[in-house]
Design a protein around this ligand. Structure first.
Ligand code: BGC
Length: 444
């Protein structure tokens, strides 16, 4: 009788977070400035000290070690390390050296993102991502970081979800810089891609053997009404713009319509060493003649089980199988896959254990079906500052009281630690957390 669903030897188990969301007091970027505006953040909350990582990330590194995690995704806060163009702050870089060293000393391999939604104010004032200069600025920043930290990290993401940054900032206009402009969207798309490619090459020049990519958003769009051709077409348009344009450009270098003009940029070709998959749930699309939301309104499939939701409505739906199909589809690209984010907001942890097991089970199935999936990063270890939703959405394996900084493990922390320790989903764990699934997961 099968007692466990074992993952491949050396599989990476970790959590993911970003600098702004955990470090605290990152006052020199556009998000801090935005936060100060009344109503910007749900309940007018503030990031403040966040999880206090700038002072004491090490206490959470200890928690990771206790959970037997062997990898951790962090990001570098650009506005902390590069105070003005080309001027790097040695003290800030030293703090990152201490963090990377601290992770490694605990047997945890760092994966480092250079960009996770925040931009220095000096960069914004110089035109931000709409300016062609942005590419040079980002390359210079990448150079500064890899020179200072490269001996401690060989696993890099140039950017986290550049398409989310683009859509929220320049298409929907709900994040800074609050624009709704097709022209600016096209420019920023091109500059982000070029900046990614520049950083990719800078890192590889310095570290030929490094693993470098980006974390990409996958919303797995599908037509909401089964029989509606228009819904299906709207879903295809979304897929193309949100998921495919960037991914394919980093494979063959081609800038496709509607955000590109068909030209091939040689520097972009093959600028991913692995596929970083950020997956939370799939998304239903209903056609609208309105071009602004790309001809489709997004929603959660009817009847889906929902996680906690923020002020913008239902946050995510329970769709673990979509992750299996996504991995299979991505396997046609000959690159290893890492699930660079997956999780849910669930303050009372009444869903997380079941959701976690179900998503890991689908990853296990995908591996069995031949997908080269090498690691999983749960979003996130400790509740952190959830952008415009403030402290209202709780994604942590540990509950955090941001006032006192007291952390309390949720049951899922224990569950995830056991899985990482055994490198397997054991029958006992399934019995304990989702007994009704034992028969589904352990087909003898
Ligand atoms: C982002 C994170 C965010 C998470 C949960 C991801 O798309 O990369 O910064 O906290 O979703 O909303």
């Amino acid at each position: 009788m099968l007692d466990q669903l074992a993952f491949p030897e050396g599989f990476l188990w970790g959590t993911a977070c970003s600098a702004y969301q955990v470090e605290g007091d990152n006052r020199r970027n556009q998000w801090w400035e935005f936060e100060q505006q009344p109503g910007a953040i749900w309940h007018n909350e503030r990031c403040g000290r966040a999880c206090d990582w700038w002072q004491n990330a090490e206490q959470d590194f200890d928690r990771m070690k206790q959970l037997h995690l062997n990898v951790q995704r962090i990001s570098i806060e650009w506005s902390r390390v590069e105070l003005e163009p080309g001027v790097f702050d040695a003290t800030a870089l030293d703090r990152y050296r201490a963090m990377l060293g601290g992770l490694r000393a605990r047997g945890i391999r760092p994966m480092v993102a250079l960009h996770h939604f925040t931009n220095p104010l000096w960069f914004e004032r110089a035109g931000g991502w709409e300016s062609p200069e942005s590419v040079k600025h980002f390359a210079c920043y990448a150079q500064g970081v890899v020179t200072a930290l490269g001996d401690l990290c060989d696993f890099w993401l140039t950017m986290n979800e550049p398409i989310v940054h683009l859509v929220q900032g320049w298409m929907r206009g709900i994040w800074p810089p609050h624009k709704r402009s097709y022209r600016a969207t096209r420019q920023v798309f091109l500059h982000l891609l070029q900046a990614h490619a520049a950083a990719y090459h800078v890192i590889h020049k310095h570290q030929p053997a490094a693993q470098v990519s980006y974390a990409h958003v996958f919303k797995v769009f599908y037509g909401q009404r089964q029989r509606s051709m228009l819904d299906r077409i709207a879903a295809m348009i979304k897929r193309r713009v949100v998921e495919q344009l960037w991914l394919r450009a980093t494979i063959d270098g081609k800038l496709r319509a509607p955000l590109g003009n068909g030209r091939v940029v040689p520097a972009l070709v093959n600028t991913l060493d692995f596929i970083g998959v950020n997956y939370y749930s799939s998304t239903a699309v209903r056609f609208t003649p309105n071009p602004l939301p790309l001809f489709g309104y997004e929603s959660i499939g009817a009847g889906s089980e929902l996680s906690d939701s923020g002020r913008n409505g239902p946050y995510s739906a329970y769709q673990p199988r979509a992750l299996y199909h996504l991995c299979l589809e991505l396997s046609t690209i000959p690159k290893p896959i890492y699930i660079t984010e997956n999780g849910l907001p669930d303050a009372d942890d009444d869903q997380r254990p079941r959701w976690l097991l179900a998503h890991l089970y689908q990853i296990y199935r995908a591996i069995r079906a031949g997908c080269d999936i090498r690691g999983y990063f749960h979003w996130t270890l400790v509740d952190n500052f959830e952008w415009t939703e403030g402290w209202g959405l709780r994604f942590g394996l540990f509950d955090l009281d941001p006032q006192t900084q007291v952390r309390t493990p949720r049951p899922s922390a224990h569950l995830y630690g056991e899985i990482a320790q055994h490198n397997a989903i054991t029958r006992d764990l399934v019995m304990q957390y989702t007994p009704h699934k034992v028969r589904d997961y352990f087909v003898d």
